[in-house]
Design a protein around this ligand. Structure first.
Ligand code: NAD
Ligand code: DAU
Length: 362
C-alpha cells in the first residue's frame, strides 16, 4: 500500500509515520508537509519516507502525487492546530483547515473517482472540540453529539468535517473521520500545555494557568491515537466517524500538579539534571509548583471535553493501552532525553510569540 500523509512533520503526523513504518514495513509512505512553524523535518529523522515539502492547498501537486505515485490511502493531519493562535489570527485556520481540506477532496475526487474509479480511502483526522463544551454531568461526546464549535479553530475543523462528509454522500468518495481528544507524547510542539509547562519548568519560567485551572480534558497518548487511526483504516466502515479517547478525564490543575511532582522527582533521582537545567527550581530543591501562575483565561475557553468511545471499542476493538500516569512518565523521559529536538524547534519567532502572548495575559 502507498500512503500519503499530510502534516506528517507535525506532532501527531510524525508519530503516525513512526508508528506505521514500524508496523507496516512493506508500505510506501509519502509525507506532504508545508513545514510551518509547527512542522519539523527532524521529527522524521531516520525514518524511511518520501518527503515532499508543499502546501495541501496546491491542488495540482496533490493530484500529481495521488496519480503518479499510485496512492491508495490519504491520511489527513495537516492543519493549524492551536486554539490560542486561532483567537489571535483566525484567517489562517480557515485557509488551511477549510480550504486546504477542500483542495485535498478536490484532488482525491478528480484522481480516484475518474473513469471506473480506483480503490481508495480518505481518512480525515479531526477533534472532539467540534462538539463544544460539556457541563460537569453531561454525557461524554459521541459520534451522534450535535456539532457546537466555540473557537475559530474548532469552527474550522467542524467545517472541514462537513466537507469530508459531503464528498462521501455527494460524490461517493470513500472517507472515514476520527474525532479525538487531547494528545500528548513525543514531538509535540511546545505551545501546547504539557510540553510548554515541562520546558518552562526546566528553565524556571512561570507556568501560566488559564483562569481557575478547573477545565477538564481527556488525555490520549499519541501512540494510542495512532493505533486508533490504524484500526479505522483497517476495520472502519466507509462514511463513518469514530470518536477516539484516552479514558483519562482530568482537571488541568491535576495534570499540572502531576507534571510538577514528576519534575521534582526526576531531579531528586538524577543529580545530573541540576547541572543541565540550573534555572529549574527543582535544581535548588524548590518545588516546581512554585512556578504556577494564574493568568487571564482564554476567551471562550471550553470547560470540559470527554469522549465516549463505545463505538470504536465495539466496531474496531480499539482501547487505549496507556493510562495517564504511564504515558506522562514516558513523555517526561522523552523530553529530558531529546533536549536537542526541542531546543531546535524553539526558534526566535516562536519565543517572540510566546512572550508577547503571555505578557498580554499578565
Ligand atoms: P501540529 O500543529 O503539530 O502539526 C500540523 C502539521 O501540519 C505541521 O507539520 C505543519 O507544517 C503542517 N501544515 C500546516 N499547514 C499546512 C499546509 N497548508 N499544507 C501542508 N502542511 C501543513 O498539529 P497536530 O497536533 O499534530 O494535529 C494534527 C491533526 O490532528 C490536526 O488536524 C488537528 O486538528 C488534529 N487534532 C490534534 C489534537 C491534539 O491534541 N494535538 C487533538 C485532536 C485533533
Ligand atoms: O481536544 C482536542 C484538542 O486538544 C485539539 O483539537 C487541539 O489541536 C489541541 O491543541 C488541544 O486543544 P486544547 O486547547 O485543549 O490544548 P492546549 O494544550 O492548548 O490546552 C490544554 C488545556 O490547558 C486547555 O484547557 C487550556 C489550558 N492551558 C493551555 C496552555 C497552552 C493553560 O492553562 N495554560 C497554557 O499555557
Amino acid at each position: 500500500m502507498t500512503l500519503l500523509v499530510t502534516g506528517g512533520a507535525g506532532f501527531i503526523g510524525a508519530n503516525f509515520v513512526h508508528y506505521w513504518r514500524a508496523r507496516h514495513p512493506e508500505d510506501a509512505i509519502i509525507v506532504l508537509d508545508a513545514l510551518t512553524y509547527a512542522g519539523n523535518r527532524a521529527s522524521l529523522a531516520g525514518v524511511d519516507v518520501d518527503f515532499v515539502q508543499g502546501d495541501i492547498r496546491q491542488t495540482a501537486l496533490v493530484e500529481q502525487l495521488l496519480r503518479n505515485r499510485g496512492v491508495e490511502t490519504l491520511v489527513h493531519f495537516a492543519a493549524e492546530s492551536h486554539v490560542d493562535r486561532s483567537i489571535h489570527g483566525p484567517a489562517a485556520f480557515v485557509d488551511t483547515n477549510v480550504l486546504g481540506t477542500l483542495s485535498l477532496l478536490t484532488a482525491a475526487r478528480s484522481v480516484w473517482l475518474a473513469g471506473d474509479g480506483t480503490p481508495h480511502r480518505f481518512h480525515h483526522v479531526s477533534t472532539d472540540e467540534v462538539y463544544g463544551s460539556l457541563g460537569p454531568t453531561d454525557p461524554a461526546f459521541s459520534e451522534t453529539t450535535a456539532y457546537a464549535p466555540n473557537s475559530p479553530y474548532s469552527a474550522s475543523k467542524a467545517a472541514s468535517d462537513h466537507l469530508v462528509r459531503a464528498w462521501h454522500h455527494t460524490y461517493g468518495l470513500q472517507v472515514t473521520t476520527s474525532n479525538c481528544s487531547n494528545n500528548y507524547g513525543p514531538y509535540q510542539f511546545p505551545e501546547k500545555l504539557i510540553p510548554l509547562f515541562l520546558i518552562n519548568a526546566l528553565h524556571g519560567r512561570p507556568l501560566p494557568i488559564y483562569g481557575d485551572g478547573m477545565q477538564i480534558r481527556d488525555w490520549l497518548h499519541v501512540e494510542d491515537h495512532c493505533r486508533g487511526i490504524e484500526a479505522v483504516l483497517q476495520r472502519g466502515r466507509v462514511g463513518e466517524t469514530y470518536c477516539i479517547g484516552g479514558g483519562a478525564e482530568l482537571l488541568n490543575i491535576a495534570v499540572i500538579d502531576t507534571l510538577c511532582a514528576a519534575v521534582d522527582a526526576a531531579f531528586a533521582a538524577d543529580p545530573a539534571l541540576a547541572a543541565r537545567f540550573p534555572g529549574a527550581p527543582a535544581a535548588r530543591g524548590t518545588p516546581t509548583a512554585s512556578l504556577k501562575t494564574t493568568v487571564t483565561d482564554r476567551p471562550g475557553h471550553d470547560r470540559r471535553y470527554a469522549i465516549d468511545e463505545a463505538k470504536a471499542r465495539a466496531e474496531l476493538g480499539y482501547a487505549p493501552a496507556r493510562d495517564f500516569a504511564t504515558g506522562f512518565a514516558a513523555t517526561l523521559a522523552w523530553y529530558l532525553a531529546n533536549e536537542g529536538w526541542w531546543r531546535a524547534v524553539l526558534d526566535g519567532s516562536y519565543r517572540d510569540w510566546v512572550e508577547t502572548n503571555y505578557a498580554a495575559r499578565g
